[in-house]
Each structure stands twice: as structure tokens, then as C-alpha cells.
Write a protein that binds this ligand. Structure first.
Ligand code: NAD
Length: 379
């Protein structure tokens, strides 16, 4: 067993998992992690079968998180799992992460971090107390040109920020929402598993995160109008939130799961008094740079005009597109540096603080809508 690689465990991520393969590829992208065990599936037989599939020691396929923690803590320090990725449906993030942090494991966790803001704040306090690394996988922050956008805004390339606009449009719930029988098969529409929100909890929070990530400025307040489509559907599937940043700048977060035909159309645009920057995930190698009075420029990864942050997030030559796997790889790389106590750049991976911010945003959006579209402070 390598001593250099971080010994990684997974909760969820088994055969029937959507996001699991993205995490597995990311973990191996820079030769900095090695998956050694996990509770890969709610079903123990499936969990063991998955461990065999990965050619792991099946003794390290665990029936649940408690068994994982107990068995791994009993191993010598140079063998035990060091970090655990939590890849389950939303309602399990908080209880799993809490147990892991308290047991001294570093945590890589899927978003939304928890179901409530109070839980996220508790995790933030636990991370501080137990001195572990907590990475939240807001995957889009790992793209080279999203990082370039963050750096250029910090360097003043667009001047003083005066408008922000983020959206995340999907359409996959359209056929499901109109068919009551199908609705009950989707955990994202079940409040017990998804939490208080479907659309804003699942994807609106990514768009929100891109605003705070690229501008480095917190959103102060929100005013939201949500749509559940049917009275007997308890969770939002569409909505718009007007936002005000701490510095008074206005903008919006638009999110939908019923934007028929859309796939994963997340985009972020930030405009300043000298120019603007716009990044669209489905064309991730293009960063559009507007400058007052000049022709529009398209910046691409792999060129010397990019920042060091974007350059070190790029692995291959210009013209070879990098995508979601690569972005997740960059986040794993950043978290790995922190776990190994090596230097890393601001923004190398989203943290538990981003999780708290995301949950405050989701709760603020829900409160605003419930109270009849009023402004809600989310600081
Ligand atoms: P999924 O339904 O495809 O997979 C969930 C997995 O969790 C399954 O393997 C299931 O067996 C496992 N699981 C459920 N209960 C478990 C338990 N008690 N113990 C162990 N394993 C258990 O879900 P998904 O679409 O992969 O989403 C999982 C999480 O990832 C969600 O929180 C979602 O918001 C997030 N996600 C993030 C991104 C991103 O871009 N960062 C993309 C997709 C999903």
C-alpha cells in the first residue's frame, strides 16, 4: 500500500450511483489518492460486490458508516482510511459527515452539504474543533476557465462589479412532474431524502456558489419566486431569486428542472464598469471577455495569457476539451494538498464555509417565497 497516496473511503458511489464514477476518476487523476474501502451501497451484498469489482480487500467493504469508522479506527494509523467521500442522497450528508469529522477523518462531501443551515453551521464548528479538511464538491469551481474568471475578477479585469447573473437550467424533471406515479420514484422530489428544496437545493445552489466563488463577495439578501408546478408536489422545481451582494450590487439566480430540453446549462456572468466575463459549462473551454469599446475576446485553457491558477488546473494541450471529470479532479487535488498540509491556492476546493453559505441561500430562498416574495437577509 502506498504511503504517499491518501487512503480514501467512499460512502455511496456504488454500481447504481450517478456521481460515484466522477469521484473515482477524480481520485486517481493525479495519483494522490487510493480507494481502499467504503460503504458503497445501502445494500450490503451490493457493497461487497462493488468492492470485488474494484479489486479491494472485501473485509473493507462495510455494511454502514458505523462499521467503517469502528474497523478503520482499529487499524494502525499508517493503514487506516484518512479521508472519506460522502456520495449519498442529501439527507445522509449531515449524519455521515458529523460522525466522520468527530472520528478524525477528513471529509469530501457532495452538495448540498446538509438539509438545514443549522446543521451546516454545526459541521463548520466541528471541522474547526477536530482540525480536519472538509471539501465540498461544487464541481464547477474546478474548471480551468471558471478559475481564470475568478482570478481575472480579482485582478480587476472587469473593473468594479455592477451586475451578476447565474443560472442553472435542466429539463429532466419535465416528463416526471406531469406523471404522479413517476414522481414517487425520484429521490430528488422526496423531502425526506432531498431536503427542503429540489431545484434550488440540487442546482440553484451550484449557480449561487459560482457567484460567490467568482466574485469573492457574499450575497447579502434574496427575494425569490418558486414553482412546484402541482399543489401535491411539495418541492420547488423552478424559480428565480433576485439577489443583492454585500457591496450593494444586484443580480439574480435562475434555476429550473423543468426547462424542457435543457441538460446541464449552468452559466455565470459578471459585469463590471470596465468589462464583463461569462462562462457556460456546456462550452467549458470558452471564457468570454467583454471590454468596453473593444472587440469581444474568447479565452481558452492552455495558453500563457491565463493565470497561474488556471494554468495549474489544466492538464492537456489547447483544443483538447477538459470536462466534469477533470474539474472534480482539480477539486480532489486541492483537497489532497490541504490534507497533506501542502500549500494550495485560495479557491482550490470549496470548503465547509461554502456549504454554510449554500444552505443559508437555500433557506433564504424558501423563506422569501413562503412569505410572499420578501427580501430575506442570508448573512
Ligand atoms: P444516486 O441516487 O445516483 O446514488 C446514490 C448512492 O448512494 C447509491 O449508490 C446508493 O446505493 C447510495 N446510498 C444510499 N443510501 C446509502 C447508505 N445508507 N449507505 C451507503 N450508500 C448509500 O445519487 P446521485 O445522483 O449520485 O447523487 C448523490 C449526491 O451527489 C447528491 O447529494 C447529489 O446532490 C450529489 N450530486 C452532485 C453533483 C455535482 O455536480 N457535484 C452531481 C450529481 C449529484
Amino acid at each position: 500500500m502506498s504511503q504517499r497516496r491518501i487512503r480514501l473511503g467512499l460512502i455511496g458511489g456504488g454500481f447504481n450511483s450517478f456521481i460515484g464514477v466522477v469521484h473515482r476518476v477524480a481520485a486517481y487523476m493525479f495519483e494522490d489518492y487510493e480507494i481502499v474501502g467504503g460503504a458503497f451501497d445501502a445494500n450490503y451484498d451490493e457493497c461487497k460486490r462493488f468492492a470485488e469489482h474494484l479489486e479491494l480487500d472485501v473485509n473493507r467493504a462495510y455494511p454502514d458508516i458505523d462499521a467503517l469508522i469502528a474497523a478503520e479506527k482499529a487499524l494502525p494509523a499508517d493503514q487506516r482510511i484518512e479521508a472519506v467521500s460522502v456520495l449519498t442522497p442529501n439527507f445522509l450528508h449531515y449524519p455521515m459527515a458529523k460522525k466522520l469529522i468527530e472520528a478524525g477523518f477528513h471529509v469530501i462531501c457532495e452538495k448540498p452539504i446538509t438539509i438545514t443551515a443549522a446543521e451546516a453551521i454545526e459541521l463548520e464548528q466541528l471541522v474547526e474543533k477536530h482540525k480536519v479538511v472538509f471539501a465540498l464538491t461544487h464541481t464547477y469551481t474546478g474548471y480551468p476557465m471558471a478559475r481564470q474568471m475568478k482570478q481575472m475578477i480579482a485582478d480587476g479585469a472587469i473593473g468594479k462589479i455592477q451586475k451578476v447573473d447565474a443560472q442553472y437550467y435542466q429539463g429532466w424533471i419535465n416528463p416526471i412532474i406531469h406523471d404522479k406515479a413517476q414522481r414517487s420514484t425520484v429521490w430528488r422530489l422526496d423531502p425526506k431524502k432531498s431536503g427542503q428544496s429540489s431545484c434550488f437545493g440540487d442546482i440553484g445552489v451550484h449557480a449561487f456558489n459560482m457567484i460567490e466563488y467568482t466574485t469573492g463577495i457574499e450575497v447579502e439578501s434574496v427575494l425569490a419566486d418558486l414553482d412546484t408546478m402541482y399543489d401535491d408536489n411539495p418541492l420547488d422545481v423552478d424559480g428565480t431569486a433576485l439577489i443583492r451582494l454585500k457591496n450593494g450590487v444586484k443580480g439574480l439566480v435562475r434555476a429550473s428542472q423543468i426547462a424542457t430540453g435543457e441538460e446541464n446549462n449552468i452559466q455565470i456572468a459578471v459585469y463590471g464598469d470596465k468589462g464583463g466575463l461569462k462562462w457556460v459549462q456546456e462550452d467549458p473551454t470558452y471564457l468570454t471577455y467583454f471590454q468596453e469599446g473593444k472587440p469581444v475576446q474568447i479565452l481558452k485553457p492552455g495558453h500563457p495569457y491565463n493565470s497561474e491558477f488556471a494554468a495549474e488546473s489544466t492538464k492537456i494541450a489547447p483544443g483538447h476539451p477538459e470536462g466534469l471529470f477533470d474539474a472534480m479532479g482539480n477539486i480532489y487535488k486541492g483537497a489532497g494538498l490541504a490534507i497533506r498540509k501542502k500549500p494550495f491556492k485560495n479557491g482550490a476546493f470549496p470548503t465547509v464555509r461554502d456549504g454554510v453559505r449554500g444552505m443559508k441561500f437555500i433557506e433564504g430562498v424558501l423563506e422569501s417565497h413562503k412569505k410572499g416574495q420578501v427580501w430575506v437577509n442570508i448573512l
